[in-house]
Design a protein around this ligand. Sequence first.
Ligand code: GRG
Length: 325
Amino acid sequence: MSTTAANGTATNSKDLTTQNSAQEFTVWMQSKQARLELVLDQVLPAATLAPQKLHSAMRYSSLGGGKRVRALLCYAAAELYADEAKQTTGNIADVAACAVELIHAYSLVHDDMPCMDDDDLRRGKPSCHKQYDDATALLVGDALQSLAFALLAQPGLCTQAQTQLDMLNILALATGSTGMAGGQAIDLASVGKPLTQAELEIMHSLKTGALIQAAILLGNASSQSLTDDANQKTAALNTYAINIGLAFQVVDDILDVEADTSTLGKTAGKDLDSNKPTYVSILGLEPAKRHAQQLYTAAVAALSPFGDKAIRLQQLADFIMQRSF
Ligand code: GRG
């Protein structure tokens, strides 16, 4: 069936359904981003509190920027088990989403430092060490990481203490030497080296994938009930998480080549200039795009046990594939 819009454009009902669902996703995404911003604003120490410079730099590096993909994935995973009666679910998911974004902000601050990737621009503004100084940037990363764990460890967050311990464990493992920090170590050691695709995959599944995976598993843990199929569902979600985490990185590598600095809000072409192995440098541009598509397909296929409840995770997978920054 087709209708004619006020501007005379003919639109069929399938297009309208797609448009409505895209608009509805945008509303959901913006409301979660705003909610996260509010929670972050509340949990971050006031800039007027001593030591003022450190607190001001922590807020500078965490507030008012970023797509908040990890938080969105966390909220979307929590919504798989959404139940109006569960009043507490929202709070735990807020804390989990917030903790993950604080860890992410810390990683960006440290990654931009001269001893690592040495980048002057982040989220469209001077990176933390440029706006403040190296020592402050180092402390900002440390303090953001501590704050993330303090939030997740706060007494009484979860009714079941075991759930809270599981969540702390998920975040700690994803962040440390066998997760994000380990991936960063491999990344720094790989400059100028001809990595195989398998080696590149290991590096990125740790550096970028581990925190994305943790965001999803934390959202899941924040609201999942202990049903008979809980383990099976967590395994399916984990498959989604691993594949979408890698797809995110492949798209990042493609954007590094195809996008410009002002759109990205960070220096474009940085990987190439720093002689870093990427999916594009190892596979070539078109094969890298096909690889991203394969990872996306595997991620979305893993959502089938959740039916319509997985709509947000499906939409976020689309968003990750279509993002331009
Ligand atoms: C310093 C321990 C330590 C780790 C750093 C994850 C990481 C390791 C560094 C981040 C630097 C980077 C550019 C990684 C590539 C992919 C990536 C994580 C991009 C930034 O994430 P986005 O696009 O950023 O989600 P926004 O600003 O939207 O939050």
